[in-house]
Ligand binder design. Sequence first.
Ligand SMILES: Nc1ncnc2c1ncn2[C@@H]1O[C@H](COP(=O)(O)OP(=O)(O)OP(=O)(O)O)[C@@H](O)[C@H]1O
Length: 311
Amino acid sequence: MKRVSPSDVIRSLIASAKRVADECDAEAVLLLADVPFEFSEMTQILKKSRLVVASDKPDVQRAAHEDGIDSVPLLHEPQTRSLQVTQALLEAIADDLLQPGGKVVCVYSLFERDVLDTVSIVNLADQLSRLTARDLRRLETTVPLETLRLVVDLAVEVGREGREGKSVGTMFVVGDHRKVLPMTHEQVHDPFKGYGAKDRMIRSPRVQESMKEIAQLDGAFIISSDGQVRAAGRNIDAPATGLTLSKGLGSRHWAAAAISKQTKAVAIAVSESTGTVRIFQNGFVVLRIEPMERGLKWSSFETEPPPSDDK
Ligand SMILES: Nc1ncnc2c1ncn2[C@@H]1O[C@H](COP(=O)(O)OP(=O)(O)OP(=O)(O)O)[C@@H](O)[C@H]1O
């Protein structure tokens, strides 16, 4: 692997990133690198500012590792540079290299491939909420976006706020309820039993409040595509065969993955220990939302930055 010494222009770009990071109190400088730089030369310029490297190239990841620099792997797939930056930020948060509420200065090539040309400040809370909304739209699912949004909002609130000072974990299984229900059994007595359709619609703030209360009980909410709670307190029996999940995820998350694999439902798990919300589809985590200080903003994501060259 031939290391690349940063050119004078790149050095001055890194020095600018450092000044910006100092000025806005950013917690790190995130570099999207396509070549194995001499990263230690960059850390000398950055001094106390922490460098995090993101790349889809194994030799770049190796170089960062050799220089003792935190790095996050990116998926090698065609996507815009802005999506890659977002992916890098999410990975870094998941690996505890960045905090969801902080600011990060990102350095990457936007206009020309392999040429570092851009420094930007990212406010992680804002960026993550926009990303979530955008990504939710991309999910190809039979569940209407409106229903999905309501459930994701509720899940994020449960993960962020907990209940009466205690953290709460729970699960929502949305869509394909006719197939889902027979793959579950009663874990606790269903608090929604006996209620009419009107009193089960998740768009009702009153129902949302009840659900936050019920979320403290064991078991999952089963919700139909039209946004009606069909049952609560259900234990998911779907087999988890043939699934792979990240280390550290326990039985709740395995059950969510399993039911999303066996049916067309989307399963949304809120982790009691971290407040993280994971959305499962077809047995995989398709979206992960870290707990944020502020709520999601669904309205402010209509514009997307211009695409860079196709990578
Ligand atoms: N098959 C299941 N169906 C519904 N709920 C389940 C199932 N398995 C576990 N749970 C719920 O998940 C809770 C936590 O289990 P566990 O700690 O193993 O999961 P986890 O994935 O690590 O989640 P967390 O991050 O919230 O701890 C259980 O107390 C139970 O309420």
